[in-house]
Design a protein around this ligand. Structure first.
Ligand code: GLN
Length: 497
């Protein structure tokens, strides 16, 4: 049962083959048996999840009309507030904090009867590409426990790949939904900026942050996308327009006549050979399904990474000022006679990890009066150029595609002392965030040289998120008939399972 897709689980719930309480318990049992090895979860909410499930079962028994995913369990990235449930963002500074309110994503999940199993591990404040920056220890990739599950949302993707949850929520500022999806053989979608409310998403870089669905199939991601998306007056950047019809697109998967633009700059040197061969093979399958493959160029993408590492740290240096030892979680050095400033300094010294401090320093510098124009100002100009590159390319194609990341999952510890090597993981995912458009990663198979999952990225113009699901569903179907079974059926069994 736990290996089914969320849509299949929903069908079984509807048919009365299983109750939500039973389904939730199966997942809680699975977490209890494998998560000591995987460490996808920071907090498992046994009681809360079962209570939520019982509520859905009661409604179903009473004949109430329920939403499509009602009763299906989900794992929530620990950057989203859920009332009364610990929310740490992978940081010591928030240890012990229980938010007094639900994020809008959580409100929407609850409204749809989706059962929240617990909170998943992440790089501290979503800064990282490996989940090694979590103050609570790394998450392990279920394909190979000595490897990273991607980041920052490695906990969410690992939970999917380890069959601890069929659905998860991630957030993507520079790739944190798509890169973990790629290296764990799962599906992850960053919706158009503003498509999903940021209310209750603890801010890293507000102009880039976006929550989105993580799942094992394209249809499951679409169902979750529709459950969490929509206008929210509590988020001033939320889009006030109908949600794109992503479920219909995922069910159709008809790409006949669609133009698919291969980004010249995101598919060459620096990409692992198996990543490139799986990417090429996916293009052939899409062509066989009736799409036209064209080449497009985005000359300014080469500046995206540098500009991102000015904009994101700048916004983070401002956003993280709120962790002042007074309002949330940790407080250090609060002894008689201690000044507020010394308590603040000590708390931030102890509470923040190295990467967070590095970014705060970088961002503070980039925003300082003498350097603002040279650094932050230039980065914003690059952002405009990247948006123009996308606009130009989308005149020649309906979606753009690339490998999601240059390599498969690397070893835990391999890049942790080399920030630039770590940052390079996001070379192909960052342009999407800079332009505020949508991006999806889905599994394209295993790299022959190491047997690890490869991600295929699809990018669509703003508000046209349905196009990613159309192409994603077509590729998924073609790959499925080639493989004969979903990619995750090839995952090695975990100890304890
Ligand atoms: N890896 C990128 C970073 O470290 C992106 C993180 C994210 O999307 N939250 O900033």
């Amino acid at each position: 049962m736990i290996r089914n897709s969320a849509a299949e689980m929903a069908a079984k719930l509807n048919a009365g083959d299983i109750t939500s309480v039973e389904l939730t318990q199966l997942h809680l049992d699975r977490i209890a048996s494998v998560d000591t090895d995987v460490h996808a979860f920071l907090y498992v909410n046994n009681e809360g999840a079962l209570a939520q499930a019982a509520e859905v079962d009661a409604k179903r028994a009473a004949g109430e009309k329920l939403s499509p995913l009602a009763g299906v369990p989900l794992a929530l990235k620990d950057v989203m507030t859920q009332k009364g449930v610990p929310t740490t963002c992978g940081s010591k500074i928030l240890e012990g904090w229980r938010p007094p309110y639900d994020s809008t994503v959580v409100t929407n999940l609850k409204k749809n009867g989706i059962v929240i199993l617990g909170k998943t591990n992440m790089d501290e404040f979503a800064m990282g590409s490996s989940t090694e920056n979590s103050a609570y220890g790394p998450t392990h990739n279920p394909w190979d426990l000595s490897r990273i599950p991607g980041g920052s949302g490695g906990g969410s993707s690992a939970a999917l790949a380890a069959f601890e949850a069929p659905l998860a929520i991630g957030t993507d500022t520079g790739g944190s939904i798509r890169q973990p999806a790629a290296v764990t053989g799962t599906v992850g979608v960053k919706p158009t900026y503003g498509g999903v409310s940021r209310f209750g998403l603890v801010a890293f870089s507000s102009s880039l942050d976006q929550a989105g669905p993580c799942a094992r199939t394209v249809l499951d991601a679409a169902l979750l996308h529709e459950a969490i998306a929509g206008h929210d007056p509590k988020d001033s950047t939320s889009i006030n327009a109908p949600v794109p019809q992503v479920v219909a697109a995922a069910k159709s998967g008809d790409v006949k006549g669609m133009k698919i633009g291969v980004v010249k700059e995101l598919n060459g040197e620096g990409y692992q050979s198996g990543v490139r061969s799986r990417f090429e093979e996916s293009l052939e399958l899409l062509a066989a399904a009736g799409a036209e493959i064209v080449e497009v160029s985005a000359p300014n993408f080469e500046y995206a990474l540098a500009a991102y590492y000015l904009i994101a740290p700048s916004e983070c240096s401002s956003n993280l000022a709120r962790f002042d030892a007074m309002r949330y979680g940790l407080r250090v050095g609060d002894v008689d006679g201690a000044s507020a400033e010394s308590v603040m300094n000590l708390t931030r010294e102890v509470g923040f990890g190295r990467e967070v401090k590095r970014r705060i320093i970088l961002g503070t510098y980039a925003l300082s009066s003498g350097y603002y124009d040279a650094y932050y100002g230039s980065a914003q100009k690059v952002r405009t150029l990247i948006t123009q590159d996308f606009n130009n390319a989308f005149e020649k194609c309906d979606v753009m595609v690339s490998p999601t990341c240059p390599t498969t999952a690397f070893k835990i510890g391999e890049k942790s002392n080399d920030p630039i090597a770590m940052y390079l993981n996001d070379i192909a995912t960052i342009p999407v965030n800079m332009a505020g458009i949508g991006g999806m990663s889905l599994p394209a198979g295993l790299a022959p040289e190491d047997g690890l999952p490869v991600g295929f990225q699809i990018m669509a113009p703003a508000m046209q998120d349905d196009r990613m699901y159309l192409v994603g569903a077509a590729l998924e179907a073609a790959l499925l008939s080639k493989w004969g079974a979903p990619l995750l059926s090839k995952i090695p069994a975990l100890a304890g399972a």
